[in-house]
Design a protein around this ligand. Sequence first.
Ligand code: ADP
Length: 171
Amino acid sequence: MSKRIAVCPGSFDPVTNGHLDIIERASAVFDKIIVGVLNNPEKKALFTIDERVEMLEECVSHLDNVCVAAFSGLLVEFVRKSGAVAIIRGLRAISDFEFEFRMASMNRKLAPEIETFFMMTGNEYAYLSSSVVKQVASFGGCVKGLVPVVVEKRLREKFLSRKAEGSAIEE
Ligand code: ADP
């Protein structure tokens, strides 16, 4: 029987414990999960595509059937090329619904053979997003428990180096 592969797409700038909860739970249902990291040069990211992939790889290394790959362009093309049959998206508050509904409808129009599955966020991650994490970390706030330890460390390094660059310019 052919393997049931699903893609978990996103920006993952950076990966949070909310993302990991979805990836872990999805990996228990599908034969293989490909975490697709979107490389969109128009969207200004804090971490480079390589940094985002690296952090994710470290965080999913305990899951045998999960791998990480960068992609650009149309998601459905990436899904097709990967031999996957499904897209997994996480849903937090109702506010996610409208956007996800539009995306899923468009993707179904482009590729009717690919199904989108939605997974409800873990309760403790309902209000967690990469942007909130970046905002808190940029002001030196504690993001422990919201992101894996490796991400916590990378955030600290990133904002310290930015601060150093900023003060060098000011001088
Ligand atoms: P995108 O820019 O595509 O929304 P994200 O990296 O923000 O990329 O999110 C990737 C996926 O993870 C999306 O399906 C998003 O809804 C989901 N997600 C993000 N944060 C959480 C969370 N705290 N709980 C559950 N799902 C989440």
